[in-house]
Design a protein around this ligand. Structure first.
Ligand code: C2E
Ligand code: CA
Ligand code: CA
Length: 602
């Protein structure tokens, strides 16, 4: 990054000649020798080689305190000195937390081999005989400094993208915020995450995933380096970036200077849309276009200690609100967001009692055969009513239940209740009744899951052939090989598998062919795009024909209007769900729909 020029740590890691020259000029060389004349001579030669920062010390008793204060880049150490010898200093340096990485080149007039060995044993980086051959010393120093810069580079840079890493990022924030000129609130952090990157990795393989990460990082860098005229404007108009770092996985961090609150800062408001636009164009993977979604959260850094982690947490918490403003893709942190995180915590605690206190309830939404309007079955949809928290949407509490692992117990209750209910309706006269149950990936991966499903079927007497388990496309693709095995086992029991929210993820055709599934449910966002009878909804059309090619049946979700039903019928879609027929109903309402043919919404 060009902005590295402003930056005290970032440069100084290359190995090209000009970089090496810069490294040498920046290196602080400290010499400790009881004879000052030796140091004068050395310095003269080293200046001629391009070094220009020196600290010379002839009183070896002060060596440690001067070292701690000066923090040199390299130490040239005489071994034989009165009072405190070079060996003593070497030993103390290696035992000191702040200094133990310091390269130490030992110089001695002695010919004694054992001395040399002892110095190396104590951790000397290199060893030279006096009188020193100054050109040899200059070369050895150069090598030492370059090697150290390389080590630092490895420590502070990400090998894939060549961007600074998290460790460096934290170091930089500490450095900036600890300077006396630093004004609290003048530094903002933009945290960027690629949505569902794990899915991309497992769909295309991690090496393709790496390619995408690299390409994405190039696009980000281009914004700051101003490759084209549009992008150049951000820096030209005075934007100051301190670092673009890869913080790990698909997480990136940008540190910029702000003159105002981030949500009002003109530079910030210019930069964010540029970052958002960076994924407008697809990425090419194996001749296939892949679109990325990114989310961004923005927080401010103050000067207090521990601010790096806190700002990252704030930015992450802001990011989790990005879905409220999907068009923009970014959210500024506000203190009330912490309150929402607290609500999640409260929810998690309250959830522990939800089952025992019978706060959970299932609603049932009819699944309808498109051609005949016949109700073939239902999807069970979970509801939670809590005394203090009120009615909580599954969209809000399922993720909390998944994160805490409680979904396993809750999911078991859902499966058992839904199968029991469906078995009752079959006994009441609807022998063809099918029940669809949503399953979270945490359940699928639970070791006893297969057994618990067959137990439920045995206990309720509901036939496996009439049970459909719905898993979202993203969940399946996240760990496709393991999931394929589990799904095959379930199908061996006779159970049908449906891919929920189809079209929102990254399924590749090659995987779809191999997946042991029976049905695709087209996500309702695609159905809602059908607005007229002459609709051209290319994705819906493509999904239906793809599904039929693979011998899968298709369910359209979220059908609300007659035109939508007409259109999916014209495509040959088998079943649908949606408010057009009915919203989710309580069990008794559903009973009426099934047996009295009246329709009423919950
Ligand atoms: P989903 O599986 O995609 O369920 C369909 C959602 O669409 C339901 O929302 C349903 O009420 C809603 N819906 C149905 N018809 C229409 C329509 O015509 N228009 C519109 N706009 N929406 C319609 P709900 O009940 O809020 O459930 C939301 C999500 O929560 C579900 O999405 C599912 O992913 C999850 N969920 C619900 N119950 C369970 C459960 O028992 N276990 C698990 N793991 N997840 C569940
Ligand atoms: Ca579903
Ligand atoms: Ca769905």
């Amino acid at each position: 990054m060009k902005s590295a020029v402003n930056n005290p740590i970032i440069d100084g890691a290359g190995t090209r000649d000009s970089d090496t020259q810069k490294l040498m000029a920046k290196a602080k060389v400290m010499m400790v020798d009881d004879e000052p004349i030796n140091m004068d001579v050395l310095q003269l030669h080293l200046v001629a080689e391009g070094y220009d920062r020196f600290v010379a010390l002839s009183d070896s008793t002060k060596a440690m305190s001067v070292l701690r204060m000066e923090q040199p880049s390299v130490l040239l150490l005489d071994l034989i000195m009165p009072e405190v010898s070079g060996f003593d200093i070497l030993e103390m340096v290696r035992a000191d937390d702040d200094l133990k990485q310091l390269p130490v080149i030992v110089l001695t007039a002695s010919n004694d081999k054992s001395m040399k060995l002892r110095a190396l044993q104590l951790g000397a980086t290199d060893f030279l005989r006096k009188p020193v051959d100054t050109s040899e010393l200059a070369l050895r120093m150069k090598n030492t400094i370059v090697a150290r810069a390389y080590e630092q580079r490895l420590m502070h840079y990400d090998a894939l993208t060549n961007l600074p890493n998290r460790q460096y990022f934290s170091l930089l924030v500490r450095k900036i915020t600890q300077t006396t000129e630093f004004k609290s609130g003048s530094l903002a952090l933009i945290l960027i995450n690629i949505d569902r990157f794990k899915t991309i990795n497992s769909t295309f393989g991690s090496s393709r995933g790496d390619d995408i990460l690299w390409a994405f990082s190039q696009r980000l860098q281009a914004i700051f380096e101003g490759v084209n005229s549009h992008q150049a404007s951000w820096k030209k108009s005075g934007g100051v970036v301190y670092s673009l770092s890869r913080l790990g996985g698909a997480w990136f961090g940008v540190l910029i200077q702000v003159a105002d609150k981030p949500e009002r800062d003109p530079q910030m408001l210019k930069l964010l849309p540029m970052l958002a636009d960076s994924v407008k164009q697809p990425f090419m993977v194996d001749l296939q276009d892949v679109y990325l979604n990114i989310r961004m959260g923005i927080s401010v850094l103050d000067g207090s200690s521990g601010n790096v982690e806190r700002s990252l947490t704030s930015a992450e918490s802001a990011m989790s609100f990005a879905h409220q403003n999907p068009a923009a893709g970014y959210t500024f942190y506000k203190p009330e967001m912490i309150r929402s995180t607290q609500r999640s915590l409260k929810m998690e605690n309250a959830m522990r009692g939800a089952l025992e206190n019978q706060e959970l309830l299932l609603l049932f939404q009819p699944k309808v055969i498109v051609d005949t309007d016949h109700v073939s079955g239902a999807e069970a949809l979970l509801r939670w009513n809590h005394a203090d928290l009120g009615d909580i949407s599954p969209v809000e509490f399922i993720p909390v239940a998944e994160a805490s692992g409680m979904i396993v117990g809750i999911g078991h209750w859902v499966l058992k209740s839904a199968c029991q209910q469906a078995a009752d309706w079959r006994k009441a006269g609807r022998m063809d009744f099918q029940m669809a149950v949503n399953v979270s990936i945490r359940q699928l991966h639970e070791p006893g899951f297969l057994q618990s499903v067959s137990d439920v079927l045995a206990d309720t007497g509901f036939p496996a052939e009439s049970l459909i388990l719905e898993l979202t496309e993203n969940m399946i693709m996240e760990n496709v090989d393991t999931n394929t095995e589990q799904l095959s086992e379930l199908r061996k029991l006779g159970i049908k598998i449906s891919i929920d929210d189809f079209g929102t993820g990254y399924s590749s055709l090659s995987y779809l062919q191999k997946l042991p599934v029976d049905q695709l449910k087209i996500d309702r966002s695609f159905i809602s795009e059908i607005e007229s009878s002459e609709a051209t909804a290319p994705i819906v059309k493509a999904v239906v024909s793809l599904a039929h090619d693979l011998n899968l049946s298709v369910v359209a979700e979220g059908v609300e209007q007659a035109v939508q039903l007409d259109y999916i019928q014209s495509l040959g879609c088998e079943e649908y769900q949606g408010y057009y027929k009915s919203c989710p109903l309580t069990a008794s309402e559903f009973y009426q729909l099934l047996f009295d043919r009246t329709r009423k919404c919950a």
